[in-house]
Write a protein that binds this ligand. Structure first.
Ligand SMILES: Nc1ncnc2c1ncn2[C@@H]1O[C@H](COP(=O)(O)OP(=O)(O)O)[C@@H](O)[C@H]1O
Ligand SMILES: N[C@@H](CCOP(=O)(O)O)C(=O)O
Length: 317
């Protein structure tokens, strides 16, 4: 067993507009910013969680309500159930992602925690077993299990959920030249509240559009047809209801599309938005405009991102 294990888990875009709860992508800023949470685990006499990092002060003060504590308890229970030896651990969460941002903040903590725990105990659980645990913990926070943040955060790339217990998710091809301008406005939107405002049923025309868009998108990625892929990146499920929670959303979309973006949408439940761009210069221009115009306060930020092939990464202790 290792003395100290450290895991970094990247931010992610849930839904990617056209795939509510079933499509997600990991994010990596091109300037090298580490946009993701880090979890360290180390053998100790008793469990303890220490929280650090730029957004630590926005988390509940009681460590027992931190999702990382719940991950630890869940993981140890699973080890006991399946006869894997354990010992108590001290954990540190570096909370680098803002909470309620639409960047898969809770997923990042969950994935980093489970990966560090599993690696520390010499990998008793396989990929899909861990994904099930991650999905369950994500469901405790948002009100229902969805894998569109935890899966790309864990595995990297753009991933499509299968609805099967194994494989939970499959990787999709990426458009080589796409750059993603993202902007977090600085306000907080609760994922659970943003799910509660959605209608419980979807009208037949919207269901047909959803299915057509998702099918065409997957085809277009495999055919490397960027125009066709971008043409179906529209959200008929959540955006019509959620955009009222996002000040400046319509203006941000209008500017981005007028300045050449291939598509524009809400990242997860927002308030982060993303613009899909043909090249890095266009993405830099749109990210700078969003930074000056969509951001609401000094907590906000923007980045030009790529979708990394790698998800969670183990770091040197
Ligand atoms: N480690 C953690 N990271 C993020 N949120 C956490 C964590 N631990 C507990 N929480 C709580 O979970 C909720 C996460 O809110 P949510 O809107 O789902 O955020 P996000 O969409 O950014 O994941 C908040 O109430 C937050 O206080
Ligand atoms: N599919 C989920 C994604 C939520 O992402 P988050 O980053 O806002 O937690 C949803 O749209 O509810």
């Amino acid at each position: 067993m290792k003395n100290k294990t450290i895991a970094y888990a990247p931010a992610s875009i849930g839904n990617v507009s056209l795939g509510f709860d079933v499509l997600g992508a990991a994010l990596e800023p091109v300037d090298g910013t580490a946009l993701g949470d880090v979890v360290e685990v180390q053998q100790a006499d008793a469990f303890a969680l220490h929280v650090a990092g730029p957004f630590a002060h926005k988390l509940p003060a009681d460590e027992n309500t931190n999702i990382v504590t719940h991950c630890y308890e869940h993981f140890i229970e699973a080890c006991v159930k399946y006869g894997h030896a354990t010992h108590p651990l001290a954990m540190t969460l570096h909370k680098n992602l803002p909470i309620g941002s639409g960047l898969g903040s809770s997923a990042s903590s969950i994935v980093a925690a489970f990966h560090a725990l599993n690696a520390h105990f010499d990998s008793p659980f396989k990929q899909d077993e861990l994904l099930h645990m991650m999905g369950e913990l994500e469901g405790q926070i948002s009100g229902s299990i969805h894998y569109d943040n935890v899966a790309p955060c864990y595995l990297g790339g753009m991933t499509l959920m299968t609805g099967q217990s194994s494989p939970v998710t499959v990787a999709l091809p990426l458009m080589e030249n796409w750059y993603w301008a993202i902007c977090y406005s600085g306000i907080s939107v609760s994922t659970s509240a943003a799910r509660d405002i959605l209608p419980k049923t979807v009208d037949l025309p919207d269901a047909l559009t959803f299915g057509r868009q998702l099918g065409v998108f997957v085809h277009a990625l495999y055919a490397n047809n960027e125009q066709l892929a971008a043409s179906v990146m529209q959200d008929v499920i959540a955006e019509p209801y959620r955009k009222s929670l996002l000040p400046g959303f319509d203006e941000a979309r209008a500017y981005s599309m007028e300045h050449g973006a291939l598509a524009f949408g809400i990242s997860g439940s927002g308030p982060t938005v993303f613009a899909v761009c043909r090249d890095q210069a266009q993405a830099q221009h749109i990210a700078a405009w969003l930074d000056n115009n969509y951001k609401q306060n000094e907590d906000g930020f923007s980045h030009v991102c790529r979708i990394p092939q790698a998800g969670v990464q183990q770091q040197q202790g």
